[in-house]
Every structure is written in C-alpha cells, then in structure tokens.
Design a protein around this ligand. Structure first.
Ligand SMILES: Nc1ncnc2c1ncn2[C@@H]1O[C@H](COP(=O)(O)OP(=O)(O)O)[C@@H](O)[C@H]1O
Ligand SMILES: [Mg+2]
Length: 248
C-alpha cells in the first residue's frame, strides 16, 4: 500500500546552509548528483555528508572512491577535521577502493567483453558497489567520481545506459546516495550531461568571476528546495554555505 502522507525522511548533511537550501537534507533513498568543476569541493561536501551521518546520526556510511586510494582520502579529510580512521575502526565507515576502474584498458571498451549486457569493467564496478553495500548495509553512500567511468563512453547513446545502470544499482540499495561528476561546460545554453537527467537530484558547484564559489540546487525530486545560487567558502572546517545571501 502506498502511503502518500508518509513523511519523507530527510538526511541532513550537517552543512547547515546547505541543509536549509535542501529543506532539511536529502530525501531518503534518493540518488543525487553533485556536479562541479575540479576543486569546487565535491569530495569535501560528500565526505561531510558521510561523516555527519556516522558521527551524529549513527548511520553507517560508505565511500566508493574511483579517484583516489583510501590513504589519500583518509589523510585529506583528516586535515579538515574528519577522523574517518576512527569511524572505520568502530565499523561505522568503510572505504571501497574502486580506483582500478581507471586502469581498465581501453580495449575493454573497444573490444567489448559483454557479460549479461555489460562490458567487463563495468560488471566489476557494479559488483564492487553491490558487494560493498551488501556487506556494510550503509544508510549513506558516496560514489566519487563517476567522470572517469562515463568519459570512457564519448558517445551519448553509450554513456546513458552506463549511467542508468549505475543509478539503478544505487537505487536498489535503498541508501541515500551521492555521486559526483565533473562539470563539462558552464554558462547559458550549456550542454546537459546524461547523469543530470538520470539522477533524482542535482547540486551544482562552481567558481564564478572573482573567485566567488557558488552552489545551486538544479533539481530535487519530491522536495521544496531553494533553487537560487548561493555563495559558499571552503576553509579548514570544510564547507560553509551562505543560504540567505545572494550571488552578485
Ligand atoms: N583548509 C582549506 N582551506 C581552504 N580551502 C581548502 C582547504 N582544504 C581544501 N580546500 C579547497 O578545497 C578544494 C578541493 O576540494 P575537493 O572536494 O577535493 O574538490 P573536488 O572534489 O570538487 O575536486 C581545493 O580547491 C581547495 O581550494
Ligand atoms: Mg574530488
């Protein structure tokens, strides 16, 4: 039976300005894309989301890292005051190293070794995600970043099913998932990326003129959100979003 009145649970990020833009947080069970320029703070935002859940809400969190090995992630987040080592020790956090995706030879793509409709490298990745999630049953999941994976498929018609596969794999876990991707173009008339269509929510992070950082919620299905671009800063405490300020 569907329960239309059932209140949607919100998962706070712990970044107060962002939580107020999100009307409390991310909707439970959704897959949200964090899209941004390199260095815009995607990894930091996602780490804070996981860290807050694990430390403040007792929610298990996993980070599926395609960009960097575990040691780098642990060190960099530690510098920002997040002790993921400790969370790992007590079993409330796990890092799934998926960097091998970057090493899948290009021939795998050209030669295509399909297994059940997926090429081999992709099978491995989806398996890795599924195994990680089944093993830990997390409430919060981050996949950072999907760019190396999707850019292997320059043709849109190839990229779309890959992203769909990923989104459906994440949805099937019932966790509230963030995936990050590099923003390819900005400005009026920019090209929408397939992951934007397929994710249930999109947050975009970029740097404007004079170095002003801007965060905006482009879409968030099932939520009343603030869709204005808002300024944010990154400092030794992580991300700070100014939810009541305008971008000039
Ligand atoms: N202690 C700090 N003070 C100020 N800025 C910082 C600090 N630590 C990291 N940053 C900023 O965070 C950015 C990196 O964030 P990150 O989440 O790794 O970006 P992305 O994942 O989008 O590439 C860098 O551009 C840097 O400017
Ligand atoms: Mg990053």
């Amino acid at each position: 039976m569907s329960q239309p009145d059932k209140k949607i649970e919100k998962l706070e990020t712990g970044i107060s300005g962002l939580d107020s833009m999100l009307d409390g947080g991310f909707n439970e069970g959704r897959v949200v894309l964090v899209l941004g320029e390199p260095g815009s703070g995607k990894t930091i935002l996602c780490s804070e989301y996981l860290y807050y859940g694990a430390t403040q809400k007792n929610e298990k969190s996993i980070f599926i890292g395609m960009n960097e090995p575990k040691s780098r992630f642990m060190q960099e987040t530690f510098l920002l005051g997040m002790d993921f080592y400790k969370l790992e020790q007590v079993g409330s956090f796990a890092y799934v190293d998926a960097t091998e995706v970057r090493r899948i030879p290009e021939q795998a793509k050209v030669g295509r070794i399909p297994v059940g409709g997926r090429e081999l490298g992709l099978v491995n990745l989806m398996d890795m995600i599924q195994e990680g999630i089944e093993k830990y049953s997390p409430k919060r999941v981050v996949v950072d970043s999907i760019s190396d994976l999707v850019f292997r498929y320059p043709k849109l018609e190839e990229r779309r099913p890959v992203v769909l596969d990923l989104v459906e794999t994440l949805q099937s876990t019932k966790a509230t998932c963030l995936m990050t991707s590099e923003l390819l173009s900005t400005g009026e008339g920019r090209l929408l990326q397939p992951e934007e269509y397929l994710a249930e929510g999109v947050v975009i992070m970029r740097t404007l003129q004079k170095g002003v950082r801007s965060i905006q919620i482009l879409k968030m299905r099932g939520s009343k959100v603030d869709t204005h671009a808002r300024p944010y800063v990154i400092n030794e405490n992580g991300l700070q979003v100014y939810a009541t300020e305008e971008i000039y």
